[in-house]
Structures are given as structure tokens and as C-alpha cells.
Write a protein of this length. Structure first.
Length: 650
């Protein structure tokens, strides 16, 4: 049930139809994982001496290779299973760096790091066992005669630490780069062709990541290696003492630790074997990751009824089955065969499939247009507020100057009022209502009872201790004031959004905090275009039907809705052009954006790509419907824009 939940609701007919094929894909990925692990373990276990005789044949059927392949495949298979349980097809991008930092460390990252560490240790242990003649694989180096305390093998400590470092760094890299998100290729090829094309990419990625990880780890070990070695030795001694209590006499209870320089230098041989171990681990992980993407981004090849596919278009946003439904429908329409012609067939017992496709496609485009228009409106309001804040100090300064210099009557009244207050304080007793002292406004009663006024100003609401109880009764003088505050506001607890907002306000007090909570343009763009792939497919499916309708639509359904379709597409194009012409955050306002624009022009790649798809689609519509477009009546705003396409056609 958990897998079905990640694919989509099990009650949906399309999800029910594709479930057997998806289980077959999962089984194929697991089999491919075992084949990849066994092949790479076999290659890494070979040496030049194995090719002199028949050593390579003996290692091909060696039980150790098969055993470690099975164990490593089982651990990596758990990673595959967890990824299937949390299939990510929609971007999960926060608009600020602070929210992204809070969302980075979660349970999925911890589980991924745990299983990567387990598989890394198993694969590293296998490699060291195969290279016993070149690497001292004994953890304890005893002196001659084995009468003294042993010494912990520092080379193995370095390699073991590197295995853990590679696992943690790779899990963090996958989380940061959003590698769990499925990347659907623009051009679909066969599975075998795509796998052969992906394997060299996985190997090159493993080489580059292995080089970077080893350089970073070696630098860290050079500085912190002495502390790491002592921690490892102390841990081994504790384990040995614990084992000795159960009668294990071979467990070491003390170790020799040579106090040398705080810089720990590792030999080239240990560096070489560490690099080969990291290469083995990363190559397996990368190959399995690419194979997983190849299988789970392929379109559905089985024959699914048209009405069943249409039910998958209306699934909740971000469901894996919804993406497969759009991909399958797009492939059928582009095939130009019997399946593409059946979309124009109208049956008495079924609703028009064209109407359903039009409604789904245009709803996606309209949601994008509305979200972009909303962002542009917020941007305009924010700039007006910023302009008002810049004008307000100037107006206040001019008001002070006018009241103090050009209004002598007001200045005289202020002086007389101050003198009168001083006289009343001298004549009347403290507490007398005749003194009428001017006191600052008190904080709310609920906060004042348990929190001093100075701490109200110093600490945000998030860091204040929770209220355990409220006063049941208020004094007679404050009854009317307390009734003005709703009871629900006094008794309710702060929601997660309020706590997060208070935390952001607290972080923004520092200079680095303002950088964290600032809304960046690239994150805002990725958030708006989180469903970028579905948006492109919806436009392409819509245009495929419109372009094919002049010859295949015998009932004139597309012709009746053509004006609405054109206005929907033109509205989205105008909003995209407005955002590109006037982005919410100007490049000169943010140095980071300015530097990125100088380096490359990919900051606005989603709006640019979608605008290109929109323009190509409208050109195709003009080419297919050019003879009858003169009779169409569009809104004046859209008609002026659409006239450019007609002029280009002429």
C-alpha cells in the first residue's frame, strides 16, 4: 500500500492499470542492481596475475564474490525500495536559504546516510580482503612474539574513515542536488539504448566525485587525523574490555598509541587503495541510480484504454501516476496512428475525450498564469511599500523642521505643557490622579504576568517559555479591555507557520541572518515552475490536438473552443514576458544574481524554456489554422499579440 500511495491513489483506474508494470520495473531494477554489483566486484578483485593462468575464471565463480555481491545488493536494494516509496517527480524548493536549510536535515537524509554507510563498509571490506597481499588487512599490528600490546593499523583507520566519509558526503550531495527527483528525458529511446548511454556517465561522475571526496578527506585527516586515530583507538579498547568480560581473551584491552606530530601523513599506497575503494562504491551507486531513472521515466508501453488514461490526468499535483498519464498521452498523440485518431472519436455512452483533455491542459496553464500574475502583483505592492518607507523619513524630517521652526505657537504650547507637568509633580502627592503622569503603554496582560517588559523587546515569541495557564479572572478595571481580546486567541497555541515566521524574524536580526531569510530569485522561479515538466507536456498535448484537428476533427469540437485555447496560451505568454522583462528581484539589487548573470544566462531557464515552447506552439497553430483565423474574435489585449504571429506567417 505504501508503494501505491507514492504512485497515486489506488482507487484511480489508471493507477490500477499501470501497477503490474511498475512492479515489473521495480523487479528489473533490483535484478540490474545485483548484476552491476557483481560485475564491478569481479572487476575490482582481478589483478594482473589472474590473466597469466585461469585465475580470472576461478574468481568468476568464487563464493566470496557471490556472497558479498548478494549482501551489498540487499543493502542497495533497500535504498531502491525507499526511493520507490518516496518517488519525487515535483521539485521541493524553498524560497529562502533558511527554509532550505531547515528542510535539508530530515529523516530521509538520515536513513539514506545510514544505508549508504552500511553498503560502503561491506564493499570496502571486500576490496581489502581481495588486496591482502598489498595491504596489511590486520587491524592490530603486534610486535614480534605478540607479547606486548598491539598497535592499531592506521592505514585501515584511514580507509575505514574514508568509506564512512564517502557515504555521508554522497548522501548529502544527492540531497543538495535533488538527485531523488526523476528527470524525464525530452526524447524517449529504448531501455537498452538509454542504459548503455547512461553507464559511461555514471563512471565519469564516480571518477570526479571520488577525486573530490578523497582530496577533501585527505585534507581533513591531515589536520584532524591525530584526534580521529585516538578516538578510534579508545573505541577499540572499550569494545575489547567489554568483550573481555564475556571471556574473549583475544580482544585487545590496551593499544600502543605513538605520540607524533599532529599532522598525520598517509602513504601513497593507502591513498591509492582508498581511491579505488571510493571509486568502487561510487560507481555502483551511480550506475544503480541511472538504471532506476531509465526504468521509471519510460512511458507505459502496454495498451491502456483512452478513458483510463484520461482519469490519470486529474490526479493530485505531484503524483507519479499523473506524470506517466501525460507522458503516455503525449506519446500516443505524437505517434499519429490509430491511437491519435481515437481521441477525436465521440461515443454516446462516454463524455467527449477532447473536452476532458482541454479542461486538464488549460487548467494547468491557467494556474501557472494566475500564480505568475499573483507574484507580479506582490512585487508591485512590495516596491510601493519600499518607496513609501524611503519617502516617510523625509516627510517626517520636514515635519519636525516645520513644527520647530515655522510653528512658534505649537512650540510654545509644548514648553508650557512640560512646565505644567513639573509643577504638578512637585505640588501633588505620588499616586494622585491630579498628577496625570504620562506613562508608556503596558504590554498585554497575558505576557506581563510572567515576562518582564525588557525581555519582551529582547526575545522573540518563539524563544519565550510557553504559558502554562491563564488568569481566570481580570480586575474590574480591565474587564472591558480583556473582553476585546478573543478567547480563542488567548488560549490557542502557536501554529507551525507562526513559529517559523517568528524564528525567521529572530534570525533576520543579524546581517548573515538577512542573507539566509532573503527570498532569492532562482528559488522563487523554481518554486513557481515546480511542475515544469507537466506544464510543458500539457501545452504540447493541447497543441498536438489543435494542429491535427483540421483534418481529423469531424464534429468541430476544437473549432468551437479555439478562441478560448488561444486566449489561454496568449495570457500565459504575456505573463511570462512580463516576468522576464521586470523580474521581482532586480540583478543590481542582489550581487549574487548579478554575478550569476555575468557567468551564465541560465538564471531564468524555466521561464525562457516555457516561453519558447509557447511560441513554437502558437506558430504551429497559425500554420494549421491560417485560412480560418481571420474570422476569430479575441480580446483586444490578446489580439494585438496574436497579430504578430499572423504577420510572421504572411
Amino acid at each position: 500500500m505504501s508503494l501505491l500511495h507514492s504512485w497515486g491513489p489506488s482507487s484511480n483506474p489508471f493507477v490500477e492499470a499501470i501497477t503490474p508494470e511498475l512492479y515489473n520495473r521495480l523487479a528489473n531494477v533490483l535484478w540490474a542492481t545485483f548484476i552491476v554489483v557483481y560485475t564491478l566486484l569481479y572487476i575490482w578483485s582481478l589483478s594482473l596475475g589472474d590473466f597469466v593462468g585461469f585465475g580470472w575464471v576461478r574468481k568468476l565463480f568464487h563464493p566470496t564474490t557471490w556472497f558479498f555481491s548478494f549482501v551489498a545488493s540487499l543493502l542497495i536494494g533497500i535504498l531502491v525500495w525507499r526511493r520507490v516509496q518516496n518517488l519525487q517527480v515535483r521539485r521541493r524548493v524553498q524560497r529562502t536559504r533558511f527554509l532550505a536549510l531547515l528542510g535539508f536535515f530530515n529523516g530521509q537524509l538520515l536513513a539514506s546516510a545510514l544505508w549508504h554507510c552500511a553498503s560502503s563498509v561491506i564493499l570496502g571490506y571486500f576490496y581489502l580482503q581481495q588486496k591482502q597481499s598489498r595491504v596489511k588487512s590486520d587491524w592490530f599490528l603486534y610486535p614480534e612474539g605478540k607479547y606486548g600490546a598491539p598497535e592499531l593499523n592506521e592505514n585501515l583507520v584511514f580507509i575505514a574513515g574514508y568509506c564512512f566519509f564517502v557515504a555521508l558526503a554522497y548522501a548529502g550531495y544527492r540531497r543538495y542536488a535533488e538527485r531523488d527527483q526523476l528527470a524525464f528525458p525530452p526524447i524517449q529511446r529504448g531501455l537498452h539504448w538509454r542504459i548503455r548511454a547512461r553507464l559511461p556517465v555514471s563512471l565519469s561522475t564516480a571518477v570526479s566525485l571520488g577525486t573530490i571526496f578523497l582530496a577533501v578527506y585527505n585534507s581533513l585527516y591531515l589536520i584532524c587525523g591525530s584526534s580521529l586515530y585516538k578516538i578510534a583507538a579508545a573505541s577499540v579498547v572499550r569494545i575489547g574490555n567489554f568483550a573481555a568480560t564475556f571471556g574473549n581473551k583475544s580482544a585487545p584491552t590496551e593499544l600502543i598509541i605513538h605520540e607524533g606530530s599532529w599532522l598525520r601523513w598517509i602513504g601513497l599506497r593507502s591513498l591509492l587503495h582508498s581511491y579505488m575503494t571510493g571509486m568502487l562504491v561510487l560507481a555502483i551507486w551511480e550506475a544503480v541510480d541511472h538504471i532506476f531513472e531509465v526504468f521509471f521515466t519510460a512511458p507505459i508501453r502496454q495498451n491502456i484504454p483512452r478513458s483510463t488514461i484520461l482519469t490519470g490526468l486529474n490526479l493530485p499535483t505531484g503524483q507519479y501516476a499523473q506524470y506517466l498519464a501525460w507522458l503516455t498521452l503525449k506519446g500516443q498523440l505524437e505517434f499519429r496512428g490509430q491511437s491519435s485518431q481515437s481521441i477525436f472519436t465521440v461515443r454516446n455512452d462516454e463524455p467527449s475525450p477532447l473536452k476532458a483533455v482541454f479542461a486538464s491542459s488549460m487548467s494547468i496553464v491557467d494556474r501557472l498564469s494566475e500564480s505568475l500574475e499573483g507574484e507580479q502583483k506582490k512585487m508591485k505592492e512590495r516596491r510601493e511599500q519600499e518607496d513609501a518607507k524611503r519617502v516617510k523619513p523625509i516627510a517626517a524630517a520636514s515635519g519636525v523642521a516645520s513644527s520647530s521652526v515655522f510653528s512658534p505657537q505649537k512650540r510654545k504650547q509644548a514648553i508650557l505643557g512640560a512646565v505644567s507637568d513639573k509643577v504638578k509633580e512637585f505640588v501633588f502627592q505620588p499616586g494622585s490622579p491630579a498628577r496625570s503622569p504620562k506613562v508608556p503603554p503596558e504590554p498585554p496582560r497575558v505576557l506581563q504576568d510572567s515576562w518582564p517588559q525588557e525581555q519582551h523587546r529582547e526575545y522573540p515569541a518563539l524563544l519565550r517559555p510557553p504559558r502554562q495557564h491563564l488568569h481566570a479572572q481580570q480586575t474590574a478595571g480591565t474587564t472591558a479591555q480583556s473582553q476585546s481580546i478573543p478567547v480563542s486567541l488567548k488560549s490557542r497555541r502557536a501554529t507551525g507557520q507562526e513559529v517559523l515566521a517568528n524564528l525567521q524574524q529572530w534570525v533576520a536580526r543579524w546581517k548573515w541572518g538577512k542573507w539566509l531569510v532573503a527570498e532569492t530569485l532562482d528559488r522563487q522561479t523554481k518554486d513557481l515552475f515546480a511542475d515544469f515538466q507537466v506544464q510543458v507536456w500539457a501545452i504540447q498535448v493541447l497543441i498536438c490536438i489543435v494542429v491535427a484537428s483540421p483534418t481529423e476533427d469531424r464534429f468541430g469540437i476544437v473549432s468551437d473552443d479555439l478562441d478560448t485555447i488561444l486566449e489561454c496560451l496568449l495570457r500565459c505568454q504575456l505573463v511570462l514576458e512580463a516576468r522576464l522583462a521586470d523580474p521581482p528581484i532586480k540583478p543590481f539589487e542582489d550581487p549574487w544574481i548579478r554575478n550569476q548573470l555575468d557567468d551564465n544566462q541560465l538564471l531564468f531557464r524555466e521561464p525562457y524554456a516555457l516561453l519558447q515552447v509557447m511560441q513554437n506552439s502558437l506558430y504551429r497553430v497559425v500554420t494549421a489554422w491560417y485560412e480560418t483565423l481571420g474570422q476569430r474574435k479575441l480580446h483586444p489585449r490578446y489580439a494585438r499579440k496574436f497579430q504578430r504571429y499572423l504577420d510572421f506567417r504572411e
